[in-house]
Design a protein around this ligand. Structure first.
Ligand code: 13P
Length: 278
């Protein structure tokens, strides 16, 4: 129970064939809502924050809070540093006690991505932490600041990347994108299956917001174990608040943020079939 390594959560999901939500959080209320949902539904979860969001939620403040919430939870919770870009921040997250980090070298040539990811694998191993890497390029961008074009992951690159880096989880680009999808997502399931059968490691689907239940189920069947969800939680909070304004009492607002996070996390836990796994 409580704070666990992400690898443990992914291994169990692999054995029992379900997905686990990695929910991006920006404040205490969102953390509280996510943990409340996981506890009620008896599901493991992953709490995460991306490096690009630290200008809003500084790591030295939100990191210890995420870890404290995970430690207190009565279900397994991994705390993950999403889309790590710099060794300095990744090291800071590890020192704080994050049990997992991602190094996102997807914009680099494969050689360099492999070399830099290997360095993070070596660093994380001194903390016993899990490492996620990315090959190919997921579309959009975590904070919407750039509209990155999707570069579908090749099976050959995925195999080489997984073998040479010895990462624990691999983020793939199969037509998925961060932020709002322009039209219906076009996920390449045949490619996903091939990548999974060739690499044999837990796969990660970024850009979970806007994907439908049937597609999540198929992705899980074909090897996806970690599913990242950010935009839909932020949007759910905004919608809830906009429907309720004006508030006359600050703590009514606070509770609505917790509830909105709880609602979106619960909905995704059910779709990912991780409910009742504890
Ligand atoms: P969405 O914002 O599309 O849910 O993507 C989240 C994500 O992949 C975080 O890394």
């Amino acid at each position: 129970m409580s704070l666990v390594k992400m690898k443990e959560i992914l291994i169990k999901a692999e054995e029992e064939n379900y997905g686990v939500g990695a929910f991006s959080v920006a404040n205490m209320e969102m953390v509280m809502g996510a943990i409340r949902a996981a506890e009620e539904l008896r599901s493991p979860i992953i709490l995460q924050i991306a490096e690009v969001r630290l200008s809003h939620s500084p790591l030295h403040l939100i990191g210890p809070m995420m870890i404290a919430a995970a430690k207190e939870a009565n279900v397994p919770v991994a705390v993950h540093f999403d889309h790590g870009e710099t060794v300095g921040k990744i090291r800071e997250a590890l020192k704080l006690g994050f049990t997992s980090v991602m190094f996102d070298g997807s914009s680099l040539p494969i050689e360099q991505n492999i070399q830099e990811t290997k360095r993070i694998v070596s660093l994380a191993s001194t903390y016993g932490a899990t490492v996620e890497g990315e090959i190919g390029r997921v579309g959009g961008s975590e904070d919407g600041s750039v509209d990155i074009e999707i570069a579908i992951t090749s099976v050959k690159d995925a195999k080489r990347f997984a073998e040479e880096t010895e990462i624990d989880a691999l983020a793939v680009a199969i037509g998925n994108a961060h932020g709002e999808y322009k039209g219906k997502p076009n996920l390449r399931f045949a490619r996903l299956k091939e990548i999974y059968e060739t690499t044999n490691i837990p796969l990660v689907l970024h850009g979970g917001s806007g994907i439908e239940e049937a597609e999540f189920r198929e992705a899980i069947q074909k090897g996806i174990r970690k599913i990242n969800v950010a935009t839909s939680t932020f949007n759910r909070v905004l919608k809830t608040i906009n429907e309720q304004v004006p508030f006359n009492y600050y703590f009514s607002y606070h509770e609505r943020v917790v509830q909105a996070s709880h609602e979106n996390v619960s909905k995704h836990i059910k779709m990912f079939q991780s409910e009742g796994r504890i």
